[in-house]
Design a protein around this ligand. Structure first.
Ligand code: GDP
Ligand code: IMO
Ligand code: MG
Length: 423
């Protein structure tokens, strides 16, 4: 049996949560493979709106098992808040939620280190969500981290204190002064650890191997986006995990030859939250309109997202790195009413015109070159099938499919589960 992957092709917030929720009825297991509570995945259905951070987006379906993989970093405080927020849905977490023992824990001092690191960078800050992601992955690769399975160990207290003390020493080396009440943070943290102990912890790679053998259908859910990948994103303005397809192998223990479809999600335009280069970013009325109509505010931090036209140079790169087999285009409805739709097809750089993503895309050195398509006036949000699409919207989809050499299988025309059209 095989595993399908779903991941974002831009700088995050493409609508992954919505599509995982839509696809869950065809899968037995939804497995999140990387990232942590820096993610905010929004789902809307039957008048409910819900944002998930650590819990996979299949949790609202009656049957699917949701697995938090070893590649994820978990803040028990945020995790328990998520669990509490799900109370109205009467979900049986015993049956439906599994956590890898090998997932790493975000400690209160990881969050402090994140804050100190960002504050000391001044203008050069990454624009982190400040959830402690970078410091936790640093401890993981530095072989100092604490894993979820360790909370059952007899020396848990000692481990926790040792790493906390180490962090407090490191904090002294930062120039920036950050204020905090560690005692209170630790109190809440340890209470959440107690609550976490009641959840189902598993050897998740083993569980997934058994599931594959038994013919179960598995969908791996990515967080962030390909351009935030620690290797292939716009470094250093990236997150600290492998957000691209390979991350599902290391983040779940799934072998590369077991992966079948790779679903790549993209918005019909581009957004980015936090710092870092963004060649097609708009600072005019068009960008303002995208942000307003698209309600472009971060699901985790509430910060407004920067907006711009679709960047095919970056998108083609992401499709290659991930081996995308099917595309899903989100938020086409947001572009209704634009007279002309622009698409960046190449960059003008100091070296000449380039149609692939260069080493450094810092905005000063790069000018996006655009092609223009005719826009459409019609509201798309009430449409149910492709035959109802306005001609210019269909032309936009056809144009993108040709340019990207990949089929666009799903077109999303609104935030609700029902506003999803298959082609
Ligand atoms: P994720 O992090 O990739 O899961 O995406 P987010 O949830 O952070 O951001 C996507 C936002 O767009 C959410 O507010 C969704 O409810 C919303 N959304 C998803 N698909 C569509 C769509 O097709 N049209 C519109 N207008 N909104 C959408
Ligand atoms: P989802 O899964 C959008 C961005 C932050 C910052 C950079 C590093 O909802 O798509 P970090 O907290 O990881 O240290 O931040 O990455 N970022 C995201 N942007 N969506 C996300 O997740 C993001 N997770 C992190 O804004 O620029
Ligand atoms: Mg998001």
């Amino acid at each position: 049996m095989t595993v399908d992957l779903l991941l974002g092709l831009q700088w995050g917030d493409e609508g992954k949560g919505k599509i995982v929720d839509v696809l869950t009825s065809s899968y037995d297991i939804i497995a999140r493979f990387q990232g942590g509570p820096n993610a905010g995945h929004t789902l809307e259905f039957e008048g409910n709106k819900h944002v998930l951070h650590t819990i996979p987006s299949g949790i609202f379906h009656p049957k699917a098992v949701n697995l938090i993989g070893n590649g994820v970093v978990i803040d028990p405080v945020i995790f328990m808040q998520e669990i509490e927020n799900l109370a109205p849905y009467n979900i049986n977490f015993d049956e439906k939620l599994l956590i890898s023992k090998k997932a790493h824990l975000i400690l209160p001092t990881h969050r402090l280190l994140d804050a100190a690191s960002e504050a000391s960078k001044g203008k050069a800050k990454i624009g982190s969500t400040l959830k402690g992601i970078g410091p936790t992955y640093m401890d993981k690769t530095g072989r100092n981290g604490i894993r979820v399975g360790d909370i059952f160990a007899s020396n848990w207290d000692e481990k926790f204190q040792k790493l906390t003390n180490k962090h407090l020493e490191i904090l002294k080396n930062f120039d920036a002064i950050i204020e905090y009440n560690l005692e209170e943070m630790e109190r809440v943290f340890l209470r959440s650890i107690d609550a976490l102990r009641k959840f189902n912890m598993v050897d998740s790679e083993h569980y997934l191997h058994q599931a594959q053998k038994a013919g179960k259908k598995i969908l791996a859910e990515g967080a962030q986006g390909s351009l935030l990948d620690v290797d292939f994103g716009t470094y250093p303005f990236v997150t600290s995990s492998t957000t691209t397809a390979a991350g599902a192998c290391t983040g779940l223990g799934v072998a590369p030859n077991k992966i079948k479809d790779v679903f790549g999600i993209f918005k019909a335009y581009t957004t980015r939250v936090g710092s870092g280069p963004f060649p097609t970013e708009l600072f005019d009325e068009d960008g303002e309109t995208m942000g307003r109509v698209g309600n472009e505010f971060g699901a985790t931090t509430g910060r407004s997202r920067r907006c711009g036209w679709l960047d095919l140079v970056a998108l083609k790169y992401a499709i290659k790195i991930n081996g995308v087999t099917q595309l899903m285009m989100m938020k086409g409805d947001v572009l209704s009413g634009f007279d002309k739709i622009k698409v960046c097809t190449a960059y003008q750089t100091k070296e000449g015109v380039q149609d692939y993503l260069p080493y450094d895309i810092s905005t000063e050195d790069i000018q996006p070159l655009y092609e223009e398509l005719d826009g459409w006036e019609e509201d798309l949000t009430q449409l149910n099938e492709v035959t109802q699409f306005p001609k210019n919207f269909l032309d936009y989809i056809d144009y993108l499919e040709k340019a990207l050499e990949t089929q666009i299988k799903i077109v999303s025309v609104g935030p609700d589960r029902a506003q999803t059209i298959y082609r």
